[in-house]
Each structure stands twice: as structure tokens, then as C-alpha cells.
Design a protein around this ligand. Structure first.
Ligand code: C2E
Ligand code: MG
Ligand code: MG
Ligand code: MG
Length: 285
């Protein structure tokens, strides 16, 4: 089809492609520098226990403030980092920074939160990962079960057999493991059972349609039932309305996170959200 558009079109595509590649290359160099210049910082989003409305955990979500372009989305810069070893440098940075920060809150503010950290599947191939997790837990004294490492379903299912060895080693350290963005990657109950997992996070695309689509409610109900059948704790992502929360509660979902409870923000903003007994205080964000 492109052929009929003539030679000029080819050149147009070449230019566009070259510009895209140049932008990526520049961004990668900037990212490399940014890691060392303190431009990357973890935002924290609260995770709430649905039954008690207590904030029981935070998910660390990495932010990059580019000096010229402003905030760059993690979906863009993480995928960029995954094309090289840079993801391992970034991953190690996020892990140590956040474990230190969250364990510091215990000592300074008496706030006991679990910490969820996203892992790229490339980090599972890094021989330095398990020693790094072990070391930061030892140094900070954070109880290992308070650290939950998340890997997306689609990444896991590309090679579940290869992943399961490292996942088991992480679990042997006492850390917990979550399958993230669940529902988008076609894994079966049989495959899930074989992986050493503790938590399952329902992808936000299903949660977004709760209350408007009966299909979405049926899918979420069956994911929760399936997860509970194999003893996984279920977290719903992307909860934005009280209606969605009500439905999730009626389906016996365990935990929830989303803009309804709080957007990812700085450590200070997160600490402001927390009321007495770590109850979620609506409207304080
Ligand atoms: P994720 O782990 O599934 O994180 C949830 C995403 O949903 C976050 O996007 C969060 O800001 C967003 N979110 C939370 N609540 C709501 C809501 O109520 N409505 C909507 N529309 N969105 C909500 P974010 O921060 O842009 O991160 C995107 C993805 O980038 C993450 O998805 C994760 O896969 C990846 N990522 C972020 N930080 C890291 C990191 O440190 N390491 C790795 N490997 N990946 C990371
Ligand atoms: Mg996640
Ligand atoms: Mg997710
Ligand atoms: Mg995601």
C-alpha cells in the first residue's frame, strides 16, 4: 500500500523514524544522567484494606522530572531502560531508596506500612537482584514480609518457568510476590498455581468499568473467586469512585488502590493522608 503513495512517502517515513529513534537515543542518555543527578524519585500511592479502611501499604511508582521536558511517564522511560542494563541500575535505586524510606517512617512516625515495588522482568535475570534485596532488608531491618515485589502478568507469562526460580529465591528471603495488571495476559489457573505468588492485582481496565458494565463485574467476580481459591490476596487497581469500591467490597476483594483513595505523591503527601490508627482520611490529599 505504501508503494502507491510514491517515493516521497518513503522519505517521509524515514525522516519520521529517524526522528523517533533520535528522540529515544537522547532520552536514554538523559535518563542515564538523570539517575545519577537525582531526577528520579519514587511517588507513593496508598493501598487500603477494604474492610477496615486502613492504609496498609504503599506502592512505589517511579517519577522522572526531565530538566527540559518536565515529567516523563514511567511507561515510556521504563521501557526505554529495559532495552539496556539501565533498568537494573534504576531498579536497584528504587529498591534501596524506598525500603530505606518506608522503614524510616516506622522509626520516625510510628507508621507501619508494607511496601510494594515494581520489578521489570529483566531484573529477574539480574544475578545481583536477590543479594540486593537480601542486603537492603538486613540493613534496614524492614520485616521481609513487608516487602512485596510486583511483576506484570504479561511479563511473567512470557517465560514462567525461567521466572519461577528467582521468584522462589525472593520468597525464600521472606518477601512477598504479586502478579500485576492481572487479566490482560491470558494466564490460566494451572499456570498461576505453579508460581510462588502471594497477591494478585486486578488490572485497572476492569475496575474502570465496574458499575457501568455487567461483563466487567462478572470478570472481576471470577478473578477474585479464582485468586481466593489458590489463596492469593486480591488488590483492585484504579479505584476512582465510591460505587466501584462498593462493588469490590460486595465481591469480597481484599484491598484497593486508586485516585479515590489517593494519587501517587511525595512521601510528605502520603504521610498527610494517614489518620489515627492509619485510617484513610478522605479528602486530605
Ligand atoms: P502499575 O504498577 O500497574 O501501576 C499502576 C498505575 O496506575 C500507575 O501509573 C498509577 O499512577 C496508575 N493509577 C493508580 N490509580 C489510578 C486511578 O485511580 N486511575 C488511573 N487512571 N490510574 C491510576 P504510573 O505511575 O504511570 O506507572 C505506570 C507503570 O509503570 C506501572 O504500572 C509500572 O508497570 C511501571 N512502573 C512505575 N514505576 C516503576 C518502577 O519503579 N519499576 C518498574 N519496573 N516499573 C515501574
Ligand atoms: Mg504495580
Ligand atoms: Mg498494575
Ligand atoms: Mg500497569
Amino acid at each position: 500500500q505504501a508503494k502507491t503513495l510514491g517515493r516521497g512517502r518513503y522519505e517521509f517515513f524515514d525522516v519520521e523514524l529517524r526522528e523517533r529513534m533520535q528522540r529515544r537515543l537522547r532520552l536514554e542518555q538523559d535518563l542515564r544522567a538523570g539517575v545519577h543527578n537525582g531526577q528520579l524519585w519514587p511517588a507513593y500511592q496508598p493501598v487500603v484494606d477494604i474492610a477496615t479502611k486502613r492504609i496498609i501499604a504503599v506502592e512505589a511508582l517511579l517519577r522522572w522530572d526531565h530538566p527540559a521536558h518536565g515529567p516523563v511517564s514511567p511507561t515510556e522511560f521504563i521501557s526505554l531502560a529495559e532495552e539496556s542494563d539501565l533498568i537494573n541500575t534504576i531498579g536497584a535505586h528504587v529498591l534501596t531508596t524506598t525500603v530505606h524510606e518506608v522503614s524510616g517512617w516506622r522509626a520516625k512516625h510510628g507508621v507501619e506500612l508494607d511496601l510494594e515495588v515494581n520489578l521489570s522482568v529483566r531484573q529477574l535475570e539480574d544475578p545481583g537482584l536477590v543479594p540486593a534485596v537480601s542486603e537492603v532488608l538486613r540493613i534496614t531491618g524492614l520485616p521481609p514480609k513487608s516487602l512485596c515485589l510486583e511483576v506484570t502478568e504479561s511479563a511473567l507469562m512470557r517465560d514462567p518457568a525461567a521466572a519461577s526460580g528467582v521468584l522462589q529465591e525472593l520468597r525464600d528471603l521472606g518477601a512477598r510476590l504479586a502478579i500485576d495488571d492481572f487479566g490482560t495476559g491470558y494466564s490460566s489457573l494451572a499456570q498461576l498455581r505453579k508460581l510462588p505468588l502471594d497477591m494478585l492485582k486486578i488490572d485497572q481496565t476492569f475496575v474502570a468499568e465496574l458499575g457501568t458494565s455487567p461483563d466487567a463485574a462478572a470478570i472481576v467476580a471470577s478473578i477474585i473467586a479464582m485468586a481466593h481459591a489458590v489463596d492469593l490476596t486480591v488488590i483492585a487497581e484504579g479505584v476512582e469512585t465510591s460505587r466501584q469500591l462498593e462493588i469490590l467490597a460486595s465481591l469480597e476483594c481484599d484491598q484497593a488502590q486508586g485516585y479515590y483513595f489517593g494519587k501517587p505523591g511525595s512521601a510528605a503527601a502520603l504521610l498527610r493522608l494517614i489518620g489515627p490508627d492509619q485510617r484513610w482520611a478522605p479528602g486530605s490529599c
